[in-house]
Design a protein around this ligand. Structure first.
Ligand SMILES: [Zn+2]
Length: 271
């Protein structure tokens, strides 16, 4: 597998402050043991802040995070559609046809194990002008509780599987259910991947009613990164994945608003 050269990790200000706080608390307890309840409280509060930051999609406290397109893309009226949890033999080909019908392009955050099972779908996604990105190898829901080595293994295995299937290495990583651990940033720095979250999500992996999903997406505007799913769904009353109703309606609305759907930008901000 071809890997991007490891980048030097530069911790975010919040992580540097947290490390300082831990050292300071340890030094204070050593110097005056009676202070231990205060020091323990400060450390616990710090952990609570970092955990909360990891649950907020737009937060950059734990490291760089693409949650909106850069200003140039927004000025051009561009919106980035992203699809998680595929490739799926039923839904991915249908999503590709719906996107092609509206001349829309998108980014697909793939699960490595599924890419190994369906390499032809990875190639189909790329052949239609979309990009493929990294969404772990097996999508463990408790990924954010993993240590550094286990996180790295999940990411590198998926990277190898997706690249072997389609010949293009992912540039972005999105953790399962969007939960970000404070340990993720140094792992990503070693892989050359950038963290991507979203501006708005349809919750289409949880909701079955297309009208409710579309309501959640009614404010999508230029520069937004939109989260949808082509690998997880709850069938609605007709037994269909709601995406099959949501996607054409959303694409038609964005088009009527003069907005254009594009994949996530390249490292230099290009396509
Ligand atoms: Zn997912």
């Amino acid at each position: 597998m071809e890997q991007a050269p490891p980048a030097r990790w530069s911790p975010s200000a919040a992580l540097r402050l947290s490390a300082g706080l831990h050292l300071g608390a340890a030094a204070a307890v050593l110097a005056s043991p009676a202070l231990w309840p205060w020091c323990l409280g400060a450390v616990a509060l710090n952990h609570a802040v970092l955990t909360t930051a990891g649950m907020v999609p737009r937060s950059a406290l734990l490291g760089p995070n693409l949650s909106r397109l850069p200003p140039g893309h927004a000025a051009r009226g561009e919106v980035a559609l992203t699809f998680d949890d595929g490739p799926d033999p039923l839904l991915t080909p249908l999503a590709l046809d719906l996107l092609a019908a509206q001349d829309a392009r998108a980014s697909f955050f793939l699960i490595g194990a599924k890419a190994r099972r369906h390499p032809e779908l990875v190639r189909a996604i790329l052949a239609r002008g979309h990009t493929v990105e990294n969404h772990t190898d097996t999508h463990p829901l408790h990924f954010a509780a993993f240590g550094v080595a286990a996180q790295r293994r999940q990411i590198l295995r998926a990277q190898a599987a997706i690249e072997a299937a389609g010949g293009q290495a992912p540039r972005y990583f999105r953790p399962p259910v969007g939960l970000r651990s404070p340990l993720l940033d140094p792992v990503l720095a070693g892989t050359g991947l950038r963290h991507a979250s979203w501006t708005r999500r349809g919750a289409d992996g949880l909701l079955s009613d297309p009208a409710r999903i579309l309501r959640r997406l009614r404010r999508v505007a230029a520069g937004d990164v939109v989260l949808l799913h082509d690998g997880t769904w709850r069938a609605n009353a007709t037994g269909q994945p709601p995406l099959l109703t949501v996607l054409p309606a959303l694409l038609a609305r964005l088009r009527a608003q003069g907005l254009r759907c594009v994949p996530l930008p390249g490292p230099a901000g290009g396509p």
